[in-house]
Ligand binder design. Structure first.
Ligand SMILES: [Zn+2]
Length: 390
């Protein structure tokens, strides 16, 4: 295990938004005449990110990034002005569209034929996909979901500021989607000075719960922020992640210490680079601290398990404190949840419920022991039809 410090000098305030100002480009009440506008169809994933730009989760970005920022992100993991930023937020188009677009200043972004945002065209540019995947995923292997996605992208990128006129309406999944301006208000109202963000794309088992509760021993508030959006085949479905977390909070958490908010963006599986991106988004929500997991945002064995911890050394100026908790497991000798920092016992005493093991249990209908999974959670999972992304 690497030598890490759980608690440095605790920052005791809600951090400023990334780059100093919270972006707000949502104009829901405005009526826009799109009759003479050129339009581009955008899928649900990208639409989520357009909304994330609009409501400030991606602050300070105000739109899809241009060539100079794109190259700076890949080369330095920073915007051209030096601000930490590791994931390029881009719009890809085919060549004929790229060339046509330049005759228009305003472009209508449509989703299933409906205008929801306007892009103020700035520039179009070509890019090198191989350079992009090497920088972002440290791999060229097409088995990697991010690499395979990049190789399928269109040949040009279009940049420009955006205005959002209509938010996504997806019923149940929308209920816990909050803008940073709202989460910051709520944090202030609760009087929290230290707020720890927790990223997840999994259903909660007790090891997660114990880790979150260890954080609650130290910090004023816990910001539970599961990622809702495109994931890979075999991952748990969004609706199930949502339902299980609500059950867990209802039954096992002090309500006034926890905020539950969903983050709607796709998993990119960019490991360490994505860990930085995840931290920046939580900073915009108002978190002062962020728990970075072992192999955070990883997939397969593309990244070293602690690469997502190491990368934070390159970002002392990120403005949110990363927390590196060790993983928790059940120890049959300690008779409780423990971790490598406080339990000396060997592998034969350790019980863990890995995602993979849990999947197997779910498929075979066999309920894990009560010391590994809360019965309320197991119940939700067993009753859920088709729990996995297919
Ligand atoms: Zn032990």
């Amino acid at each position: 295990m690497e030598n890490i410090s759980i608690q440095n000098n605790i920052i005791k305030k809600i951090p400023e938004p990334h780059g100093g100002r919270l972006v707000n480009r949502i104009f829901e009440s405005k009526n826009i005449n799109t009759k003479d506008m050129f339009s581009i169809e955008i899928d649900d994933n990208l639409r989520n990110d357009v909304e994330n730009i609009g409501d400030g989760i991606f602050s300070p970005l105000e739109g899809f990034i241009g060539k100079v920022d794109f190259e700076s992100i890949l080369k330095f993991g920073r915007l051209k002005n030096g601000l930490p930023w590791t994931i390029p937020i881009i719009l890809d188009v085919e060549e004929p569209i790229a060339k046509k677009i330049q005759d228009y200043r305003e472009i209508s972004l449509k989703n299933k034929g409906e205008h929801f945002a306007t892009l103020y065209f700035d520039e179009f540019y070509s890019y090198n996909k191989l350079e992009m995947v090497r920088a972002l995923y440290q791999s060229e292997n097409e088995q990697h979901p991010g690499v395979s996605k990049t190789f399928k992208m269109k040949e040009y990128l279009v940049s420009g500021r955006i205005d959002v006129y209509k938010k996504i309406n997806n019923f149940k999944l929308r209920n816990y989607r909050l803008e940073p301006i709202k989460t910051r208000e709520e944090i202030k109202k609760r009087g929290w000075k230290t707020i720890v963000g927790f990223q997840t794309r999994n259903i909660p088992h007790i090891a997660h719960e114990m880790l979150q509760k260890a954080a609650l021993n130290i910090y004023d508030g816990l910001f539970l922020n599961p990622l809702i959006g495109k994931k890979k085949i075999g991952d748990f479905k969004d609706e199930l992640i949502l339902e299980t977390y609500l059950k867990l909070i209802e039954n096992y958490y002090p309500q006034d210490r926890v905020m539950f908010v969903t983050l709607h963006t796709e998993m990119r599986y960019a490991g360490p680079k994505e860990a930085i991106h995840h931290a920046i988004m939580r900073k915009n929500f108002g978190c002062s601290h962020f728990i970075v997991g072992r192999d955070h945002a990883g997939v397969g064995d593309y990244y070293h398990p602690f690469a997502a911890h190491e990368i934070f050394k390159e970002y002392p100026d990120i403005g949110i404190e990363p927390i590196f908790f060790p993983s928790f497991y059940y120890c049959k000798k300690c008779l409780g949840y423990a971790n490598e920092r406080n339990c000396p016992h060997g592998l034969e005493y350790k019980e863990e419920l890995s995602g993979t093991k849990m999947r197997k249990m779910v498929t075979s209908g066999e309920i894990p022991g009560k010391h590994l999974m809360r019965p309320e959670i197991a119940d939700v999972i067993i009753k859920f039809q088709d729990p996995f992304v297919s």
